[in-house]
Structures are given as C-alpha cells and as structure tokens.
Design a protein around this ligand. Sequence first.
Ligand code: AMP
Ligand code: GLY
Length: 427
Amino acid sequence: MHVLLIGSGGREHAIAAALRRSPKLTRLTCAPGNAGIAAIADLAAVDPADHAAVIAFCKAESVDFVVIGPEAPLVAGLVDDLSTAGIKAFGPKREPARLEGSKAFTKELCTEAGIPTAAYGRFSDAEAARAYVLGRGAPIVVKADGLAAGKGVVVASSVGEALAAVDACFSGAFGAAGAEVVIEDCLVGEEASFFAITDGIDVLPLAAAQDHKRVGDGDQGPNTGGMGAYSPTPVVDEAMEMRIMDEIVVPTVRCLARRGTPFVGVLFAGLMIERDGPKLIEYNVRFGDPETEVLLPRLKSDLLELMLASVEGRLSGNIANFDERTALTVMMAADGYPGSYRKGSRIEGLDEAAALPDVSVFHAGTAVNDGAIVANGGRVLAVTALGDSVSEAQAKAYAAVDRVRWPDGFCRRDIGWRAVAREKSAG
Ligand code: AMP
Ligand code: GLY
C-alpha cells in the first residue's frame, strides 16, 4: 500500500516511523516532510493547502491512503475533497474538525452532550465581553475563537489583563480567529492530553501524555507549541481513563454521530484533571506534537491497520497495545523560540544520539544544506527515550540530548518534573 503522509513536524516523523513498521506498507511518501523524514520516506513538494494538487499527486502516484498530521488541512476540508475524489484519507472531515477550528463550536457541543468543561460566555462584540469579565472577576481565561497556532489564549490573573486580552482580540491581534471571543472560568488542577481513535461509532482509547507548554524550566515564560512530553502519565490512571472515556470522549463521538457528522480519526482531548474529575479544556482533531513522539514509540499494534480500520468503519474488535514503559521526549528549539529565531545553523551528533539504546531522534524543523543537517524552524528536534520509570526515561533522553552538538539551540532540562517528583517521594 502506498501511503501519502501530510505534514513536516516531529509528529509526522514519529507517524512515518510507526507506519514503516506495518507489513501493509509498500511505499511511503511525505509532503512536504523534513530532513529526518527524508531518511525513511520519499518527499514530495506538494502544497497541502492546494487540494487539487494533492488529488492530482495521489492519482499520478497511485496513492492508496492519505494520512493527515496537522490540523490546518483537516479544518480546510482536505478529507472531504479527497473522499469526493474517491481517495481514502485518515482524519475528520471539515464539519467535525470544527472541534479544533472553533472553540465556541466545542463549548456548544459540551452543553448539548453534558460534557464537563469550564463555564463560559461567547461574544462577538467587545462591550458585552468586557461586561462579562467585570461580572465574573479574575482569574479568567480569554480565547480567540478560531485557530491561532496556540497563541490565542490568555489565562488572566487580573481583570485588567483580561480586559486587555478582550481588546487585543477585537482589535484584530489574531485576525479572523479573534472575530469571536470565548471567555471561560479558570480551571485548577494538572493538565493531561488524552488520545483516542474512532471510526465515528466505536472508540478505542490510545494513551495519555503530559505536555510542557511553557518555554522555560519550572513552567515559566511564554506558551509554546510544546517543549517536551512523557507517556503514560500518573495523573491518568486506569480509573481516570475510564472517566475520560465515559464522561468526555464517548459522549462527544456519539453527539457528532447523532448530528450526522461523524468524527473519524484521532481525537485529542486537552484536559484539566481537577479534584472532582476530568474537565475538557479543548479538543484537537489530530495527534499532538510533541505527544506523538512519546505515544507512537510505545505503540506495539500496527498503526496503519488501526487507521485503515477507523476509515473503513471496522474499529470494533481492534485493540491498541502499548509498551508499558515510559517514553519521554525533549524538544530542542532554536534560540529565541517562541519569539523570532534564526534558521540555517548546523546541527551535529544526531547519529551518536540516535545510536543510544531505546533512543529515537525525531526531526521537526530541519533541512539539509550542503550535506549537513541545519535548523529550519522554531522547534527543531524531539529526542525520545524509553525507560522503566519516568526518571529513567528522563535520564536517557537527556544523555541523548547531550550528544547533540547545536550551539544555537536550547531545551528545557526538567521535562517530566511532576512525575519525577512523585517517583522520588514514593522512594
Ligand atoms: P488551549 O489553546 O485552549 O489549549 O489553551 C492553551 C492553554 O491555556 C491550555 O493548555 C491551558 O494551560 C490554558 N487554559 C486554557 N483554558 C483554560 C481554563 N479554562 N482554565 C485554566 N487554564 C486554561
Ligand atoms: N502539544 C499540543 C498540540 O499538539 O496541540
């Protein structure tokens, strides 16, 4: 089977590596890919935003199955257009992808399906939004409605900060994404990411992970796309996983099926685990980045077969088996990220790092220049290791990070700190 994978991040490198393990795969092409993916797949210079070009490529190259990594092509309806052209693709269609494309859509679905989430209001004018903030007080969370690359959310600790965030949204700071604003209560607890795969009817839990969104050690500094992750995570034990499935994920899938717009693909629930149970912060309609770099190295089942079963509506009876060890990944980013950064700096030592036992080095923003690997983005490498505990996986991941010679990059040194502290206090 010839599979076309859409995307270019560490997530897609991890997906490519997992697809390669499938006996069903005969050829793997990635568009546009990166320097790491190039070692295990053909790269195609096809723009995923140009749906006609993707369809033409699939026809010309006899692509049997398309796997879409990032959210933008899903929200833009690439799966709808491929399926109209008779091409199978993994991921939700445009309407159910609104779970990620519109925060207000998700909040309304939560109300309809009785899913626990923060109380909220949605506003299309600044005056009403400001009045709501003044009525509710702080802390309070202000969100641009649409896709804003993770930057459209302000967790405001004062009313003044919240009012400034409202004004920023309505003055166009997030473009069209900020034409509508969702304001919600601040949830308190520990965050976790939970992944499930569904064919629209049956839902198979995959695994949970914990991301580290802030740029600096101790969760300080601005938010990023994610600086590291580990899986599984002690906040989501078996009992919590059952509650997340029963109270959040399954009701969501049922609700979309009832509406006649079934969700097919990977559903990624961003959760706050509060004292009284899980609350939904947001949905993503795809695998996470960097969560995929810890989820898929643990997956023992055939990823391609699970994806095909999901698209073909025969997920029932399948199981997803995971290695019980912990995987932990450290993101290495270009100096300056998440602000402005330089491209083109040379990176060495990658083969030495990847040769360590239980280590995988996934490329995110990399390219090849004059035969050398160079940085080509903000988040550049995800260095993953497997270990018998979070502490062991962490030590192995940092040992691999320390083999990478990249003077213009940095990483957090404390990925997994919550779980490591728990392991230490448990003795
Ligand atoms: P989102 O883009 O909705 O995932 O929000 C980005 C980050 O903002 C989340 O990962 C949380 O850390 C934080 N956040 C969002 N909504 C809330 C909330 N209601 N309460 C507390 N923190 C939140
Ligand atoms: N790690 C968060 C995301 O993929 O959106």
